[in-house]
Design a protein around this ligand. Structure first.
Ligand code: CP
Length: 321
């Protein structure tokens, strides 16, 4: 996205939030394919389509054949259907497709390529929306930027800390990467904070640094959670997996045993500049952040979730003609 496209989308989201836009997608259908569970993404898209007069068809992994995403594959294994056939067929039925494909399937080098999502995007003849991969979660980040804008008005030069938090499971880097890139586009002063070993994707980091510099903002990386919290105006907490041990969840779990202090509590919040607390949910209470801060008056976690529906209405209005 360019900054101009992002501003346009957020402005439209603000308008549709204030006043229902009517049945502008009457008779239109969004197909959503969930290869992993979802609460917010699924319900917020269903509500968005319903409010625009359209409707959704949802399929979970159990409803679908096992799919082959690679070109020229000899399909004598478990996969019953090639993505190109599924994508071309679905394009005859629906007006847009959403795909959540956030599984770990191998190394980080492989999974960062978002093979399943990109194969759908290549072969579908209708717009394909990323509903989260391990690499990006753009709809989440759009809702998050709208939430920040509602609270801070202009995001230019505002201090955002993206803080790694502990979690018993290895999590996707999608929300972190997407928030990082959109915040950079908005010219925020970003501090990315994580323990050593939990670096984000090098290409995303460099792209975000360049975008932040172009927009008059900045991006620094620190490995100290207290330094990261100092003066923050937004504290965005989220866990993400270790790309080095991407195919070794046990090793990652061992590393994380010594990182239990990487959580948000009242003491950490007190170091900030009365920061808004954000988290994309679902959240492991009292592991990633304490009940006290999640339920506190600076918490915006449910506003983020609510804004998903509004930015997605704007997105659907722009994508489906
Ligand atoms: N934040 C988010 O995408 O939530 P779900 O996994 O419930 O969709």
């Amino acid at each position: 996205m360019t900054r101009h496209q992002l501003d346009d989308l957020l402005d439209l989201a603000t308008r549709v939030k204030g006043k229902r836009p009517g049945q502008v997608l009457g008779g239109k259908t969004l197909g959503m394919l969930f290869f992993q569970p979802s609460l917010r993404t699924r319900v917020s898209f269903e509500v968005a389509m319903q409010q625009l007069g359209g409707h959704c068809i949802n399929l979970s992994a159990d409803d679908m054949y096992e799919l082959e995403p690679s070109e020229q594959a000899i399909m004598d294994g478990r996969a019953e259907e090639h993505v190109k056939d599924a994508a071309r067929t679905l394009s005859r039925y629906v007006d847009a497709l959403g795909v959540r494909a956030a599984a770990r399937t191998g190394t980080w080098t492989r999974d960062r390529q978002e093979l399943l999502l990109r194969s759908y995007a290549e072969h579908a003849s209708v717009p394909v929306i990323n509903l989260e991969t391990v690499f990006e979660h753009p709809c989440q980040a759009l809702g998050d930027v709208l939430t920040m804008r509602e609270n801070l008005v202009s995001l230019q030069g505002r201090k955002l800390t993206l803080l790694w938090c502990n979690h018993p499971e290895p999590k996707s880097l999608g929300p972190t990467h997407s928030v990082l890139q959109l915040a950079a586009l908005m010219g925020m002063e970003i501090t990315l904070a994580h323990p050593l070993g939990f670096e984000v994707d090098e290409e995303v980091l460099q792209r975000s640094k360049d975008a932040a510099a172009d927009a008059g903002g900045s991006l620094q990386v620190v490995n100290d959670r207290e330094v990261a919290a100092d003066g923050a105006e937004v504290l965005y907490a989220r866990s993400w997996g270790c790309t080095k041990y991407w195919d070794d969840a046990e090793r990652e779990a061992m590393v994380k045993r010594s990182l239990q202090d990487w959580r948000v509590d009242a003491e950490l919040m007190a170091r900030t500049n009365q920061a808004l607390l954000m988290h994309p949910l679902p959240v492991r209470r009292n592991v990633a952040a304490t009940d006290e801060v999640l339920d506190g008056d600076r918490s915006r976690i449910y506003d983020q979730a609510a804004n998903r529906a509004h930015v997605q209405k704007a997105l659907l209005m722009q994508l489906i003609k």
